[in-house]
Design a protein around this ligand. Structure first.
Ligand SMILES: [Zn+2]
Length: 270
């Protein structure tokens, strides 16, 4: 049964590998959003409903307290080891702690990737405080997912060019593909120049039409499904890929095959 038909029937996509490249745990009231159940149990229940196999998660608490937040992520992964993959979060304002915390996250907490949020930390992605992140990730063969937003002084898509160039083998995921329509254009441009840049589709402004434009511009191999759970309804993120006007093989790559490959390279196995 075609993906679109199955989803239209309201059936979970249980015969397609689906990996959510970008999800979070915990509420975030600074965003003025009401999120009553931002926990791993709710997330896994929703994943089951859609037929999502695995989600890459980081804790929102980690943006203010990275150690406690990373431990929170690790607890969720321990509860659902086949369903959740932990991403480590660090704070670029404490550069001397970045290396040791990443080491702890990967060695003791079983994390497989890194999530950074230059806007929340108010720190530019190409600044010194992130250098250890890129170096560590590249040495480990893992990947970095970053929040990106066009117009931001910390993480506009173009700011990733220098890092992508310095670490050509490191997969770098531009979360939200630049965040707004001008950002999608910029993310497309920079991704065209740097084959190690990936674009994730989560964000309420990335409509189905944009999914098609992004895939047409960069190809389906570097586009990733993500939800940004618990911020917006994950059914929306799922639907815009499943119903996009792209072919079945492209949907499969975006929904899971591409991210599974990045994860496997980072040492993840199920
Ligand atoms: Zn995020």
């Amino acid at each position: 049964m075609a993906i679109e038909d199955k989803v239209r029937e309201g059936l979970p996509l249980d015969d397609v590998l689906v990996v959510d490249a970008h999800a979070h745990l915990g509420a975030y009231s600074e965003g003025r959003m009401y999120i009553p159940t931002p926990d791993e149990d709710t997330m896994v229940r929703l994943m089951d409903r859609m037929g999502v196999d695995v989600a890459c998660i980081s804790s929102l608490e980690a943006m203010s307290d990275f150690r406690a937040g990373n431990e929170r992520t690790a607890r969720a992964v321990r509860k659902y080891p086949d369903r959740l993959v932990g991403l480590a979060v660090v704070n670029p304002h404490y550069p001397e702690e970045v290396g040791p915390e990443l080491e702890r996250c990967f060695e003791e907490l079983g994390m497989k990737g890194i999530k950074i949020h230059p806007t929340c930390n108010d720190y530019p992605v190409d600044g010194k405080g992130y250098e250890e992140v890129w170096r560590f990730a590249s040495e480990r063969g893992t990947f970095v997912l970053s929040h990106t937003w066009q117009g931001s002084s910390t993480c506009g898509p173009k700011m990733f060019a220098s890092v992508a160039e310095k670490y050509p083998d490191l997969p770098i995921i531009l979360g939200h593909s630049g965040g707004n329509p001008k950002g999608y254009e910029e993310a497309i441009e920079v991704a065209k120049d740097h084959p190690n840049l990936y674009l994730d589709l989560c964000g309420s402004l990335i409509t189905g039409a944009w999914v098609e434009r992004i895939v047409e511009a960069v190809g389906a191999d570097r586009v990733l499904y993500g939800t940004d759970f618990p911020f917006i309804d994950p059914f929306y993120e799922f639907g815009k890929v499943c119903f996009a006007g792209i072919d079945e093989e492209e949907k499969k790559k975006i929904l899971g095959l591409n991210m599974a490959e990045i994860l496997r390279r980072a040492g993840w196995e199920r």
